[in-house]
Design a protein around this ligand. Structure first.
Ligand code: CP
Length: 308
């Protein structure tokens, strides 16, 4: 049985197969209504549980629609709908859900919830984001980059801002897909040391430059994210904004990068904070393709989990 837990826990050849299949499935949908079913129905008769302990627009919509396009059905549950971890153990919840559904996608705070679910589930489990990582998002980002510019191998990717869970999955992807990763953010908000070590000890390229203007010179891809994540203490907002203000991606920053640079953001974005509207809506931005590709890549991830 295959779980999709993190990029560094998945074989590179499997990551490549997922991206190839996502591209094929996307190309087959040309000219259809957005909601139309796929010609091939690999999830026909399947039921997928989508569990959200945190809010979501893209992950919820893209998984739900992706399952339906492939012929399956979904049950979308919030943390409050279940006894998950309060009133019933995660292990027991995993055992019970496995008797009802064919696959489970979980968005949760603590990674331990996901890992305990995996230990006791007898169906595939997919990581829909934890406080530590967001692998489905970065698979969509890689797909988007390669659609526009070809292979990401050997390219320079600059992360601007908080070294959060999305940044962590970029570190994993840097190893799997062979790109140089530059972290440009305050030292207090650096990515987890464990993930940096994993990249460096396996021969990956990780560079720190806290001057965003010089960090982006030669960049092929610039990525930013919110300055206050869902799991961050909201009372730290002012402190975080003060630390991160000089890492805003604006038109001047983009002008210092390669002329062909792409800009990505996993969304939701806070226009005028981590990124300006000029960049989000400008010629280098591929954020809407990036959001769309969540759908295609997650469909391929679900098929991979089911051995298809
Ligand atoms: N990028 C992302 O995961 O978006 P949602 O929080 O809306 O799912």
């Amino acid at each position: 049985m295959r779980h999709f837990l993190d990029i560094h826990k998945t074989r590179v050849s499997d990551l490549r197969s997922i991206l190839d299949q996502a591209g094929q499935m996307k190309s087959c949908r040309t000219g259809r209504f957005r909601g139309a079913l796929d010609d091939v129905q690999p999830l026909d008769g399947s039921m997928v549980a989508l569990i959200f302990e945190k809010p979501s627009t893209r992950t919820r919509m893209s998984f739900d629609i992706g399952v339906r396009q492939m012929g399956g059905q979904t049950m979308v549950l919030s943390g409050n709908d279940l006894h998950l971890g309060h009133g019933e153990t995660i292990a027991d919840t995993a055992r019970v859900l496995s008797r009802y559904v064919d696959m489970i996608m979980v968005r949760t705070f603590d990674e331990s919830v996901l890992l305990e679910m995996v230990d006791y589930a007898t169906v595939p489990v997919i990581n829909g984001l934890t406080n530590r990582t967001h692998p489905c998002q970065i698979m969509a980002d890689i797909m988007t980059y390669e659609e526009h510019r070809g292979s990401i191998s050997g390219k320079k990717v600059v992360w601007a801002g908080d070294g959060n869970n999305v940044c962590a999955s970029y570190l994993h992807a840097a190893l799997a897909f062979g790109f140089d990763f530059v972290f440009s953010g305050p030292v207090e908000l650096s990515p987890e040391e464990e993930f940096v070590e994993l990249l460096l000890s396996n021969g990956g390229r990780y560079i720190v430059n806290d001057d965003l203007k010089t960090a982006v010179i030669g960049a092929d891809l610039v990525v930013s994210d919110t300055w206050v994540s869902m799991h961050d203490d909201q009372s730290s907002k002012e402190r975080r904004h003060n630390l991160l203000r000089s890492f805003q991606v604006n038109e001047e920053i983009i002008a210092h990068a390669n002329s062909e640079v792409l800009f990505m953001h996993c969304l939701p974005a806070h226009r005028g904070e981590e990124v300006t509207s000029g960049v989000m809506d400008g010629p280098h931005s591929v954020i809407w393709d990036e959001a769309e590709n969540r759908l295609h890549v997650q469909k391929a991830i679900m098929r991979w989990c089911l051995g298809q």
